[in-house]
Each structure stands twice: as C-alpha cells, then as structure tokens.
Design a protein. Structure first.
Ligand code: UDP
Length: 248
C-alpha cells in the first residue's frame, strides 16, 4: 500500500443548520480514505437536498451523520460566501471523476462499484471509464432491481468489498440506501452521485461551462428536464429560508 498522509478532520461550517465540511482538496482527502480503508459516506449538499431534508427527518439524520459533506450546489456556496467563508464549489460529478483518476494511480485498492441508473447505463459508463483508466476494475449494477436481485447484489458487495462505491439513485433514495447498506462494506468510501452515470454514458449532458461558472446549471437542467420544475421550486425556497434563518 502506498504511504499516505492521515486525513485531517475537515473544518465544519453549517448551511441552514446542516453541517458542511470546508476543505481545499476533497479528492486528496478521499484518496487517503480509500487507501487507508477509512470507511465514509460522502454527501454532496445542494439547495434542493437541503430543502428536502427540512421535510424528511430520515434524510436530515443521514446528512448529519455523514463523514464528509461537500458544497455541491451554487446555492450552498453562495450561502457560505455571504457568511464570509472561503469556499470553492465541488460538484459531486467532478469529485467522482477526479477520484476515479487518482484511484487509478494507486498501487492497490483500485476497484470501484457503480450502482444505479437505468439498465445498461452504469455498464456503458463503466466501459468508457475503463477505456480511459484501464488500471481500474469497475463493476456495475443498474438501479431498478427487484427484492430478490437486491439480495444477490448485496451479497456481491459483501464478497467484492470494493473500496469505492458510487450510488446513483437520485436524492434522497441514494443517501438513505447508503446509510442502510454501508455496513456491507464498512471500509468503503460511499458517494451518492445522482445522475452522473447518465452523463458519463452520454444519456444526458451537463450544462455548458459558462452556465456552470455563472451559477446557472439549474437553468440548463430545467431546459433538459422541464418536468423538474416542481423540484426546482426548492431554489427560491432555499433563498427565502436562508434570509429568515439569518434574520432570526
Ligand atoms: N434511479 C435509479 N433507480 C431508481 C430511481 C432512479 O437508478 O429507482 C436513477 C435514475 O435512472 C437516474 C438517477 O437515479 O440515473 C437520478 O438522477 P437525477 O439526476 O434525478 O439525480 P438527483 O438530481 O436526484 O441527484
């Protein structure tokens, strides 16, 4: 095993009462965690998830118990900046991408599991990554399995013990599922990655860089998936809740 620096406990701040960890190098922290078999659950916090957690006690509890909570969304970053924090946005998909690239450089612990997405999607995403990073071993399971298949899948995880497990079931399903199942692979790094497999497989596309740079990724998502409008109401609600929270 390569010699690694012990990860320092990240500094904690908060967003509407939910913890968030401020680090300069999330990927480096997680590569160390993978190399040392330091099991952890990573939550990628954004305004929409925060608003869901205010209504969903189970999700709120899972967020509070996660070992690493990163500022995934522009709303969360703006909230922290208004509070005078030095913070850089770290979208979950980019964190997962840089983690895969760094993991490929390790001497061992280079296997990864992709769980979630429609049948075939995680498989396509894995094949594309595997071409780019042949050092990695990537196993996959789509996210629409029956109870019986679920049991077989859990057994596979228990046997394979992958050091990194990416779960793309959407919020809050993936966070709750990870919390319920992380004991299957207690030394793994588990990350909820939403629709990342869809993007890697080419089923969906990410917003262009200029929209991302101007905190407008949500506009593109709305354009690509208009049915999301109801979920997107969480964004103005988040702004309103933030104002009320600060004033009180
Ligand atoms: N999904 C899944 N199983 C389910 C429901 C959803 O695998 O039972 C997948 C779906 O195919 C998609 C992802 O979960 O790939 C959700 O993506 P989305 O972009 O909606 O994630 P979010 O915005 O919630 O992070």
């Amino acid at each position: 095993m390569q010699e690694q620096v012990v990860p320092k406990t990240p500094k904690t701040s908060s967003v509407l009462g939910f913890p968030i960890h401020l680090l300069d190098d999330y990927t480096g922290w997680l590569v160390n965690a993978v190399a040392q078999g330091k099991g952890c659950h990573v939550v990628t916090l954004n305004a929409e998830m925060t608003m869901q957690a205010e209504q969903n006690a189970a999700l709120a509890q899972v967020i509070r118990q996660a070992e690493l909570i990163i500022p995934d969304g522009a709303g969360v970053v703006l909230y922290l900046k208004v509070q005078g924090k030095r913070v850089q946005r770290c979208p979950g998909i980019e964190l997962a991408e840089s983690l895969l690239q760094q993991l490929a450089k390790l001497e061992e612990r280079r296997s990864v599991f992709f769980y979630g997405g429609a049948p075939g999607v995680a498989q396509t995403a894995a094949e594309l990554w595997q071409k780019q990073l042949p050092e990695l071993t990537i196993s996959t399971q789509h996210g629409y399995i029956s109870g019986e298949e679920q049991q077989a899948f859990e057994q596979t995880l228990k046997t394979q013990l992958p050091p990194l497990i990416l779960v793309g079931l959407g919020v809050p399903r993936q966070e709750l599922w990870i919390a319920d199942h992380r004991s299957l692979c207690p030394n793994a790094v588990w990350i909820g990655v939403g629709g990342s497999f869809d993007i890697w497989a080419g089923v969906k596309t990410r917003a262009p860089g200029w929209l991302r740079d101007n905190h407008l990724e949500w506009v593109y998502r709305l354009y690509q998936e208009p049915w999301r409008w109801r979920r997107m109401l969480a964004l103005p609600k988040f702004v309103w809740r933030s104002l009320v929270y600060w004033l009180s």
